[in-house]
Design a protein around this ligand. Structure first.
Ligand SMILES: Nc1ncnc2c1ncn2[C@@H]1O[C@H](COP(=O)(O)OP(=O)(O)OP(=O)(O)O)[C@@H](O)[C@H]1O
Length: 569
């Protein structure tokens, strides 16, 4: 049929007719219609492989034939059926059908000899075609017997897909080389050097009850690089991950080395990652042996101190009013009420998929980013775009109200005593002092906005995220990132920055450098909490991206910590 298509197209090319006519006649041709019908049937059977209705069709046919023979004067239909069923072609077809239905096509093996010794072990010969891909299995030596076993089979790898090698199988030969007495490294050498087909002789492990493990979904809260880990059993089988990556843990059989895949590419071959307890102990070792490096993989403590002390514009100056203070002064008076972020807390956080229902409260939207990157500008624009939907949390202050200001609008004006009381009762997300007055964003102010049915959009220092990272607020954190150095300088050519000394001056090179350093530091230290990163290059674009991201945060499915959906408090 396909050759006749080619023929028709060839004829059409040489004749003087328009392309649409050719296409029309081609599409309405009866043979094409039949071809499509066949295709659809095949597709249907691909989805639902047919199963035999009856495994003995020949027997049924014989029964019908003898019944018809027994009838003294059969009807014309019965006579026609008789001749159909009697035809050799149909009988051969029914017999073939029965053989397939009874799966009676395997060679019948002779029975095992009765005098087989009891300790005889079955040997399995496994042939794998390597094709430059890793084998997807690791081996280990039994220290007592010196025997070499398959230690683990990597999910989705070559050995796993073959279904022929299993953990615990005893290796006898590889490509005709007996492995008895060899070191695992020597066996690996044989495997590495073998290309194409590899022949294994193994004594299969006694089948154990294979309990299918439910996959566990986690967010990595730390970075891991197998090539820098001398303890990993097979560096090539290791999986590199960074804080914030979503992982599907598919195998936890080994207490030290788990198998995981990185989402969203869950069809890929799994890789080895350290278990929670192993990674924790690795972190503890690093913590003690390299005290100045644990905070951030690329920033040493000395450079971090430099960053904090020398770069006043590096961290957020929010809450907008006390941004004019020097950074050093602010650091003495700015407090976050977040729980302690221990670098040794769990390296994996279990997550579950969550889809907000229309009557659930909105998720809290948190914007973070280095000072001057445009967090406040974007937040203001967003609220202006739709003030009925988006709202900030009204801050508290001990400053007296000015003419025209009313409590609950620009600020919640409170006494120093009340402010201190709220501080003692951990009611603030963050707070600070500016020109002798205290300012703070309270957790209740955030809750008020959410309870009113609007979307609360706040900006904070990244360490404050932890104080609202709970099931009540289910925060969605957006990191506003500066673009490349070149684009940063181009886009901010006419922009003004507010510093401690000067209100509204043009950006300088040092402002950009501080912003970039602070952005790197924030991503390195808090990246695991960021749900989305938006690069603020063109303001209008960034604003639209922010708008769309927030819509998606409220409506789309997302991975959130499992604890946020648990019924326990
Ligand atoms: N994409 C952009 N292109 C040009 N100018 C921008 C862009 N984003 C922000 N700006 C300008 O940069 C300046 C600083 O922005 P903004 O006040 O929002 O910084 P911020 O991140 O809130 O920092 P801080 O907390 O220190 O105030 C503002 O004048 C703002 O209009």
């Amino acid at each position: 049929m396909l050759s006749s298509v080619a023929e028709e197209v060839r004829l059409a090319i040489h004749s003087d007719i328009s392309g649409s006519e050719v296409l029309y006649s081609l599409l309405s041709a009866p043979w094409l219609q039949s071809l499509l019908k066949i295709y659809e049937c095949l597709q249907k059977f691909r989805r639902l492989p047919p199963s035999p209705y009856l495994p003995y069709a020949s027997g049924l046919s014989d029964e019908i034939l003898s019944n018809i023979r027994a009838v003294p004067a059969p009807s014309p239909e019965a006579r026609q059926l008789y001749s159909l069923l009697k035809s050799p072609h149909l009988q051969a077809l029914l017999s073939a059908h029965d053989m397939v239905a009874q799966t009676d096509y395997e060679p019948v093996l002779p029975p095992l000899p009765e005098d087989l010794p009891e300790d005889e072990e079955a040997m399995r010969i496994v042939c794998l075609v390597k094709n430059k891909q890793p084998l997807g299995a690791t081996i280990k030596r039994d220290e007592e017997t010196g025997e070499i076993f398959i230690a683990r089979v990597i999910h989705g790898g070559l050995a796993d897909r073959s279904g022929l090698l299993h953990p615990g199988d005893l290796l006898v030969e590889v490509n005709g080389n007996p492995v008895e007495g060899l070191d695992p490294e020597q066996v690996i050498q044989i495997l590495v050097q073998s290309q194409g087909t590899i022949l294994f002789k193994v004594i299969p492990n006694t089948p154990q009850s294979t309990k299918t493990q439910q996959p566990l979904y986690v967010r990595a809260m730390a970075d891991y690089c197998p090539l820098q880990d001398p303890a990993i059993p097979c560096p090539d089988a290791g999986m590199v991950f960074s804080r914030g990556d979503l992982l599907e843990i598919v195998d936890q059989t080994d207490i030290h080395w788990w198998q995981a895949r990185k989402l969203p590419n869950a069809s890929a071959c799994a890789g080895l990652i350290p278990s929670t307890s192993l990674l924790k102990s690795k972190q503890r070792e690093t913590w003690w042996s390299q005290p100045f490096q644990h905070e951030h993989p690329t920033l040493r403590l000395s450079s971090l101190l430099l960053l904090l002390l020398l770069f006043p514009a590096g961290f957020r100056r929010s809450f907008r009013l006390w941004r004019r203070m020097t950074h050093r002064k602010r650091r003495q008076s700015c407090y976050s009420c977040s729980p302690n972020t221990s670098a040794l807390s769990s390296p994996y956080e279990e997550v579950v998929s969550y889809q907000r229902r229309p009557d659930d409260p909105h998720r809290l939207i948190i914007l973070v980013g280095p000072s001057g990157v445009g967090v406040n500008e974007l937040r203001k624009r967003l609220i202006k775009l739709n003030p009925h939907t988006f709202q900030g949390a009204v801050p508290h202050t001990t400053r007296p109200a000015r003419d025209g200001e009313g409590t609950g609008k620009e600020y919640n004006f409170v006494t120093k005593e009340l402010f201190d009381y709220m501080v003692c009762n951990h009611r603030f997300l963050e707070y600070g002092e500016y020109k002798g007055h205290l300012y703070g964003t309270s957790i209740d102010a955030v809750k008020d906005v959410i309870d009113s049915g609007r979307m609360c959009v706040i900006d904070t220092e990244p360490h404050s995220i932890l104080s609202v990272r709970n099931k009540k607020f289910k925060p969605y954190v957006i990191f506003i990132k500066p673009p490349s150095s070149e684009r940063l300088r181009q886009t901010r050519r006419d922009a003004r920055i507010i510093t401690s000394c000067v209100v509204n001056r043009p950006f300088k090179d040092v402002d950009f450098e501080e912003m970039e350093d602070a952005a790197r530091f924030m991503e390195g230290k808090y990246g695991q909490y960021f749900d989305r990163v938006i690069v603020n290059e063109e303001l209008q674009d960034a604003c639209m991206k922010l708008f769309n991201t927030i819509q998606l945060a409220q409506e789309g499915p997302h991975w959130i910590p499992a604890a946020w959906l648990s019924t326990e408090d």
